[in-house]
Write a protein that binds this ligand. Structure first.
Ligand code: ADP
Ligand code: MG
Length: 251
C-alpha cells in the first residue's frame, strides 16, 4: 500500500530524514518510536505530503505522492492529484484539531458532506455509527470544549474515519492527554487495528506498540536505525542505539 524509498528531507542545512526505506502492507500496524527530534513527525507529514521531500519517493498504491515524473524529471504534482491521494490517508494529531464552533456530530459529518459530497442523511448515519464505535454517541450534540481530551481525541479519530481512509496516520495521539485518559484512546485505536485498518502510529506508548503493532520502527537522527516485529525489537534489539533508547524509556 505504502512504499517509501530512499526518502530524504532537510530543513536548510539540517538533515531531518536520511535515506528512509519503509513498506507498509494492507492491515499492517507500524509503530514508529524514537527520541524527540528524530524525524518521526516529518516522516508522517511527507507520507501525506503536508511537507514536500527533497529526494527519494513515497508511493501510495504505486502512485508517487506529491510529484509527477516525465522524462526522468520530477515536478510538483497538481493540487487535485495530491488531494486525491491525501484523501485516502486519515491523520490524527496530538492536539485533536476539532472545529470548535461545530458539534461533535457536525465535526464528523463535515468532511464527507463538503469534500466527498456524500448526501447529508447518509453522512449522518455514518457519523452516528462511527461515534458509537468510539463510544461517543451521547456526546454527538455538544461542542468539543465540553469534552475531555480523551473524548476529543476519540472524536478526532471518528472524524478521520468518516473520510473512509485506507491508511490511518497517528502522530503521538495520546501525548497531550492526562494519564488517566490515555487508555480510552489507545483502546479505540486497538479496536481499529483489530478491525483490519492499516496504521502508522508515532507513539511513546511502548506497551501499546508491543501489543498492537505488527512491526516497530526505531528512528534516531533522521535514520531508521532498526525495524522488527515487536517481540524481537523489544526483547532482543540488534542495534546498540535501539538498546540505549529502550533502556532509557522503559526504565
Ligand atoms: P520528532 O517528531 O521525531 O520529534 P520532527 O520530525 O518534528 O521530530 O523534527 C525533526 C527535526 O526537524 C527536529 O530537529 C526539528 O527541530 C526539525 N524541524 C521540524 N520541523 C521543522 C520546520 N518546519 N523547520 C525547521 N526545522 C524543523
Ligand atoms: Mg513529533
Amino acid at each position: 500500500m505504502l512504499d517509501i524509498k530512499n526518502l530524504s528531507k532537510s530543513y536548510g542545512s539540517l538533515s531531518v530524514l536520511r535515506d528512509i526505506n519503509l513498506s507498509v502492507q494492507p492491515r499492517d500496524v507500524v509503530a514508529v518510536i524514537g527520541p524527540s527530534g528524530s524525524g518521526k513527525s516529518t516522516l508522517l507529514k511527507c507520507i501525506n505530503f503536508l511537507e514536500p521531500y527533497d529526494a527519494g519517493e513515497v508511493r501510495f498504491d504505486g502512485q508517487l505522492v506529491g510529484y509527477q515524473e516525465s522524462g526522468g524529471l520530477r515536478r510538483p504534482a497538481g493540487e487535485r492529484q495530491t488531494n486525491r491521494l491525501r484523501a485516502q490517508m486519515g491523520m490524527v494529531f496530538q492536539n485533536f484539531n476539532l472545529f470548535p464552533h461545530m458539534t461533535i456530530l457536525q465535526n464528523v459529518m463535515e468532511g464527507p458532506v463538503q469534500v466527498l459530497k456524500v448526501p447529508r442523511e447518509q453522512a449522518r448515519e455514518r457519523a452516528e455509527r462511527l461515534l458509537a464505535q468510539v463510544g461517543l454517541s451521547d456526546k454527538r450534540d455538544v461542542k468539543p470544549t465540553r469534552l475531555s481530551g480523551g473524548q476529543q481525541q476519540r472524536a478526532a479519530i471518528a472524524r478521520a474515519l468518516a473520510m473512509q481512509p485506507r491508511l490511518m496516520l497517528f502522530d503521538e495521539p495520546t501525548s497531550a492527554l492526562d494519564p488517566e485518559l490515555v487508555g480510552e484512546v489507545l483502546a479505540a485505536m486497538r479496536e481499529l487495528a483489530q478491525a483490519g485498518m492499516t496504521m502508522v502510529i508515532v507513539t511513546h506508548e511502548m506497551s501499546f506498540a508491543r501489543d498492537v503493532a505488527s512491526r516497530v520502527v526505531f528512528m534516531e537522527g533522521g535514520y531508521i536505525v532498526e525495524e522488527a516485529p515487536p517481540a524481537q525489537l523489544f526483547t532482543a534489539p540488534q542495534n546498540p542505539r535501539t538498546r540505549a533508547f529502550l533502556s532509557r524509556v522503559l526504565a
